[in-house]
Ligand binder design. Structure first.
Ligand code: UDP
Ligand code: MG
Length: 198
């Protein structure tokens, strides 16, 4: 069976990670955060990409797709599972083209879950996550400004691209995790993806 993939996109701080863990518990998806995989690779002793990844992350720029896609592909294979939430990817045209080149015959995109949230709210969440000790080198005002402009300039066109194909499912992410998850459940309920055990 060809693995099924849901891409999860939204501004930094929109709540992608929080919602993905709720979805994976309830609907039996494996949650793969592209950002987390890159942070892990950055920490891996002997990684030839560590410094490049750190620089991109601090500047809110996007790592070349060859690196990210190979981490995602390996994690998918390693899991032995067939349903994946891919969180925070694809973020630009390079990501999209690279994924299609390598993965289009290895995975089926079911839909794109898009969390909509105001910039003020997102900024407030990332700053409080930083203040609470997220340990992330990009949860500060300066990196956040750069992350936002990358999001607007590079990621929104990708969301529009999928929207034109009728693949985007929008959810308002302004409210509490529980309230947002109610809307997420409606999306999954309508998707024809029946619930499976994790
Ligand atoms: N990143 C990247 N490619 C990806 C995902 C993340 O280069 O496919 C980098 C990018 O620099 C981004 C950072 O990792 O700003 C943090 O991404 P993450 O998804 O963890 O942040 P979030 O959007 O969840 O706040
Ligand atoms: Mg995240």
């Amino acid at each position: 069976m060809v693995p099924e993939v849901v891409f999860v996109l939204g501004a930094p701080g929109a709540g992608k990670g929080t919602q993905c863990s709720l979805i994976s518990d309830e609907f039996g998806f494996v949650h793969l955060s592209a950002g987390d995989l890159l942070r892990e690779e950055r920490q891996r002793p002997g990684s030839e990409f560590g410094e490049m990844i750190e620089e991109k992350i601090c500047n809110g720029q996007i790592v070349p797709v060859e690196v990210t896609c190979s981490l995602l592909h390996k994690a998918m294979q390693k899991s032995g599972k067939t349903r994946f939430l891919i969180d925070g990817f694809p973020r630009n045209k390079d990501n999209l083209d690279g994924w299609e080149r390598v993965m289009s015959d290895k995975a089926k995109l079911v839909f794109v879950l898009f969390f909509e949230c105001s910039r003020d709210k997102c900024t407030e969440r990332c700053l409080s996550r930083g203040a609470a000790g997220s340990g992330r080198s990009d949860d500060n005002l300066e990196s956040l400004q750069k992350r936002f402009s990358t999001y607007l300039n590079d990621t929104m066109p990708i969301i529009n691209h999928y929207d034109q194909q009728g693949l985007v499912r929008r959810v308002s992410a302004e409210h509490s995790p529980e309230a947002v998850f109610q809307s997420v459940k409606e999306v999954f309920g309508k998707s024809g993806l029946e619930r499976i055990a994790n």
